[in-house]
Design a protein around this ligand. Structure first.
Ligand SMILES: [Zn+2]
Length: 559
C-alpha cells in the first residue's frame, strides 16, 4: 500500500454489522437471519445516498462467503473474508446498474448465476442503483430473481424504490434505510477525529453535518476537505469559510439589529458575496435552532412571521426578482414583524382602556346603546326560538309581523329580490300552517321571483316554521279585486303565474301548493336547490323542446 492518505469514507467504511451507523434495526434483523440460517434469495436495500446501503450489502456478502458462513460475525481472518474486504472475492459480483442497465448486461449476469461459486458456499450478486435498469432488463431478471439456484443470493440497492416494478418488489425482502440522524453522524465524526488525533470545535462538526444533509459519505468527504483546509484544528470559522456559509456569530449580530430596529445596510453589504437563496436557508436553519433551544429573544409569533417572510422571499426569488432587493425586503419586513402587535395584545389593550364618560359622554352613551341593542336582539332571538316551538296560534296573531320579518330577510339576501317580493306579494292570511299570499307578480319581477323561489321557500320556513305551506292567489292587475286562485287543473299556458310555472308538474297538474309538508326535514340538496322544481319547470321544458332537432325552434316562444 502506498503512503497516500486514504479518504475517510473508505478508511472508516463499516466492516461489521455493529459498525453500521444509525441502522440498528436493519443490522439486527440481518444478523438474526444469518445466524438462524433463514435467508431469503433476494434482498432489496433502499434509502438515501450515504445511508449505508452499499456497506450493508458488502458486509452481508462477506457474511455469506466467510468460511463460517452463514454468520453475522464473519471471522475477518479467512481467505474469503480478506478478499471480500479488499473487494476482490470472485464469488461476490458487484454491478452498477447506472452504467450497466441494458438487457445484455443482465443476460451476462444471469449466465453467471448458472456456475457454482469458486470457493465460497454462496455466490452473491450486488446490483447497485437497481432502479436504473431498463424495463427489458427487469423482465429478463425476474425469472432468475424468483427462483435462483440455491447457492445464489441477490442484494439489490436503490435510492428510489418507487421506480422499481411491483414484480421486483414482490420477489425481494425490502429493508428501508432511515436518514442517519445528525446526532449519530456528529458522534461518528468526533469518533474518527479522535482516532485521527485531530482537534475540533463541536459546532464545526454540526455545520459539516448540516451541509452533508443526512448522507454519512458526503459528510465524511466534507470532513476530509475540512481537515486539509484547517491544518491543525477544525473550527467554526474554517468550516463556514470552506463551505461558503455564514458564520453563526454573524447571524446573532444580524438578528440583534433586526430586533433593535437597527440599520440593515452594513449587513446587506457584507452579505453581498453570498447567494440570497443560501442566506434565506441559513436564516431558516438559524431560527429553527433558536426555536429548539427556546431562545427568549424570539416568541412563537415572531418565528411564525419570520418563516412566512422567508417563504415569501423564496417565492420572489423563484420569480427571478432582483436578489439584492429580495434580501433588503426580507430584512425590512422582519424588522416590521418584530414590532407588530398580536391580536390578543390589541384586545387586551382595548379592554384596559377606561372610558371616562365625563370626558367623552358620546362614546360612553354609544357603548351603552350598543349593549342595550345587543340585549334586545338576544331577547328577540330567544322569543323567536320559543315561538317556533310553541303553537301556530300564536303565530297567526302576529302573522303581519312575521310577514314583515320575511320581507326583511329577503331584502337582506338581495335588495332587488326583496323589492320584487314586497311589490308583488301581499299577505292574505296565515292559518293552520297555510300562508296565503296574494300575487300580482309580472314581468322581470316574476322572473326574478321564479328564479329565487327555492330561497324564498327557505325564508318562509325560517320565519313561519317548517310545517308551513304556501298558497298563492293570483290577482289580475286590471281587476285587482277579483281573486282567481290558480288551483285550476289547467293545461292552458295562458294563466301566467310564477307559481304555476313552478308547480305545473305533468303528473300532478292541479297542485299549486308548495309542498312544504313533504319537506319536514329537508336534506341538503333540498335546502340548496329543489332540483325537481327546476327540471319540471315550463322554462326547462320549453328549452328542451327548442333544442330538440325534431322540433324546429319556435321564434314566438312564450318565454
Ligand atoms: Zn471469514
Amino acid at each position: 500500500m502506498s503512503n497516500e492518505r486514504q479518504v475517510l469514507a473508505l478508511k472508516y467504511r463499516p466492516k461489521r454489522f455493529e459498525d453500521l451507523i444509525g441502522q440498528d434495526t436493519i443490522s439486527t434483523t440481518l444478523s438474526l437471519a444469518l445466524d438462524t440460517n433463514r435467508l431469503s434469495h433476494a434482498y432489496l436495500l433502499s434509502g438515501l445516498r450515504g445511508s449505508g446501503k452499499t456497506s450493508t450489502a458488502r458486509i452481508m456478502a462477506k457474511a455469506l462467503v466467510c468460511q463460517n458462513a452463514p454468520t453475522s460475525k464473519p471471522c475477518e481472518s479467512c481467505q474469503s473474508c480478506q478478499s471480500a474486504n479488499e473487494n476482490r472475492h470472485l464469488d461476490i459480483i458487484e454491478m452498477d446498474a447506472a452504467s450497466n442497465r441494458g438487457i445484455d448486461d443482465i443476460k451476462d449476469l444471469i449466465e453467471q448465476t448458472k456456475y457454482k461459486p469458486t470457493s465460497a458456499k454462496y455466490k452473491v450478486f450486488i446490483i447497485d442503483e437497481v432502479h436504473m435498469l431498463t424495463t427489458q432488463a427487469f423482465n429478463a431478471l425476474l425469472k432468475t430473481l424468483e427462483e435462483p439456484p440455491d447457492f445464489v443470493k441477490f442484494i439489490l440497492a436503490t435510492t428510489d424504490p418507487l421506480k422499481l416494478p411491483a414484480t421486483i418488489l414482490s420477489r425481494t425482502q425490502h429493508f428501508r434505510f432511515k436518514r442517519i440522524s445528525d446526532k449519530n453522524i456528529i458522534h461518528h465524526l468526533s469518533h474518527i477525529l479522535n482516532i485521527e488525533n485531530i482537534k475540533f470545535e463541536k459546532q464545526a462538526l454540526e455545520i459539516l453535518t448540516r451541509a452533508g444533509q443526512g448522507s454519512l459519505r458526503d459528510t465524511l468527504t466534507l470532513l476530509d476537505q475540512a481537515i486539509i483546509y484547517s491544518k491543525s484544528i477544525i473550527t467554526i470559522n474554517t468550516v463556514t469559510d470552506m463551505l461558503g456559509m455564514i458564520d453563526p456569530a454573524f447571524m446573532d449580530n444580524l438578528f440583534d439589529i433586526v430586533i433593535k430596529k437597527g440599520d440593515i445596510r452594513p449587513i446587506v453589504q457584507s452579505l453581498e458575496s453570498y447567494e440570497v437563496g443560501q442566506i434565506l436557508d441559513e436564516i431558516s436553519i438559524y431560527l429553527k435552532q433558536k426555536m429548539l433551544l427556546n431562545d427568549i429573544k424570539f416568541d412563537l409569533y415572531i418565528y411564525d412571521r419570520f418563516f412566512k417572510i422567508i417563504a415569501d422571499s423564496k417565492q420572489l426569488l423563484l420569480m427571478n426578482s432582483d436578489s439584492g432587493f429580495v434580501l433588503i425586503l426580507t430584512l425590512s419586513k422582519m424588522i416590521e414583524a418584530v414590532n407588530l402587535k398580536t391580536i390578543d395584545e390589541i384586545i387586551n389593550e382595548v379592554n384596559t382602556i377606561e372610558v371616562d364618560s365625563s370626558v367623552n359622554p358620546e362614546v360612553y352613551n354609544l357603548r351603552e346603546e350598543i349593549d342595550n341593542k345587543n340585549e334586545a336582539a338576544n331577547q328577540q332571538l330567544q322569543e323567536h326560538l320559543i315561538n317556533s316551538d310553541i303553537q301556530v296560534e300564536q303565530k297567526t296573531d302576529n302573522s303581519e309581523l312575521l310577514f314583515k320579518k320575511l320581507i326583511e330577510n329577503i331584502y337582506n339576501k338581495s335588495y332587488d329580490l326583496g323589492e320584487c317580493f314586497e311589490k308583488s306579494f301581499a299577505l292574505s292570511s296565515y292559518e293552520d300552517n297555510i300562508l296565503k299570499i296574494n300575487s300580482t307578480a309580472s314581468g322581470d319581477c316574476k322572473t326574478l321571483l321564479y328564479k329565487n323561489f327555492t330561497h324564498i321557500k327557505d325564508f318562509v320556513v325560517e320565519v313561519f316554521g317548517i310545517d308551513t305551506e304556501i298558497e298563492f292567489e293570483k290577482i289580475e292587475k286590471e281587476k285587482q279585486k277579483e281573486m282567481a286562485r290558480i288551483v285550476q287543473p289547467s293545461n292552458s299556458n295562458e294563466v301566467g303565474s310564477m307559481i304555476e310555472d313552478i308547480e305545473l308538474h305533468e303528473e300532478n297538474p292541479s297542485s299549486c301548493v308548495a309542498s312544504m309538508s313533504a319537506m319536514k326535514k329537508p336534506n341538503l340538496s333540498q335546502v340548496e336547490l329543489n332540483i325537481d322544481d327546476v327540471l319540471n319547470s315550463k322554462m326547462t321544458n320549453t328549452a328542451i323542446q327548442l333544442f330538440q332537432p325534431k322540433n324546429p325552434p319556435k321564434i314566438k316562444s312564450k318565454l
